[in-house]
Design a protein around this ligand. Sequence first.
Ligand SMILES: *Cc1c(COP(=O)(O)O)cnc(C)c1O
Length: 446
Amino acid sequence: MGRAIDLSGAAVTAPNRPPSVDTLARSLRSSGLPHPICVDIAREAIEAGDVENASARADTFRRTLLTDVVNATGVLLHTNLGRAPLGHHQPAQAQTVEFDLSTGERGSRQTAVGQLFARLTGAEDAMIVNNNAAAVLLVLAALAEGRDVPVSRGESVEIGGSFRVPEVMEQSGCRLVDVGTTNRTRLSDYERAIARPGIDVAMVMKVHPSNYRVDGFIEETSIAELSTLNVPLMADIGSGLLDAKVPWLKGAPPTWLADEPAAVQAISDGAGIITFSGDKLLGGPQSGIIAGRADLVEQCKRHPLARALRPGGLVLRSLQDTALTYLDKRAAVDIAFWKMVDRSLDELDAAAERIRFAVIHDHDIDPALLMIEPSEALPGAGSAPGITMASRALVVDGDHLAALRSAPTPVIARTRDGRTSLDLRAIDPGHETVVVAALGAALAVS
Ligand SMILES: *Cc1c(COP(=O)(O)O)cnc(C)c1O
């Protein structure tokens, strides 16, 4: 066992003779980082004449790794924090990813989870790819390569960094045909486009604009109307709400979901094929779901891109669990996102009181520093833009974001008007002690 090295002593008493790389690297063992990384950090610190900060450098490196955090932003599906929080554990064991147990022969990777999503959405068939961007790309490439696809000018949108409808269409090899205007597009606009001489329409695409809304003098054409056209309709519904009736929650569907397109209704309204994300309102792992008519889904499965976009067993198993949870009607208790949505203001108040009490008493903080205030949480991930859910927040004066991030389990909060706000809705009750520790430490140093 190596002896602990007094780094500050070494630096102060022998400024011209830094410790050896190996000695310094060993002293960084408590960072938990693998030895070769500690060696790199030790060497860099010595070269920079910064031996006394070697352990801070190790800590900085450790913080570049994927790290569990508490999401106190009030954005429930925070894209930078991995969208839907998800616990999943899988033993190191072979599983039937592409194996048919009844025949003992090779099976399809798309069977197990695909059939569950067909059942959940009411579609004839379904398949899974790595994310919704991949789903859109695959559907367009498989069903419309080299052909024309009319899209409303109001739906030719950019969704998050680098998913831009015209660019995805270009990548897939189909031709975008602009239809209607930014604010109003009618069925007759599509009909005229399809009837244009020389045009070769493979299908019509409808895109949920997700992260923005147009208000005022607007008109869009519904999935039901577009399904009356004589070409298939592809609908990218994006957010992954399974059913507009939200049967897994008690009572009426939350009002903030009113404008979100849902998979069950898109299929029953006649969409030929739909795509959506697995890690937005569905609350599962990052994945993209393609569901629809069996012949259209089959064409997607056969396309060469399907192989490049296929998910691994880890994602498939996790998404299978998500699907089974919905089928078992356990989504409100077993899917983290819906648990957050389902928490009442009384529960959030109680959580805020518990945390406030513990910070004040365990960390000896002046009660006047820590307020409980009304707050507004957002679904996030581009869902229901401009719409908020009533929530509660712990609020302190000043900007404490950096101190909260430096906690052993970092807490990610927000500032508004020079105050720091920790929204309670996305904080699991099991993580309250982490919040107490981080907030107590942040307020103690301020
Ligand atoms: C989010 C979204 C996408 C991109 O989905 P990812 O799962 O992030 O790849 C595409 N289309 C719509 C309408 C979306 O809302």
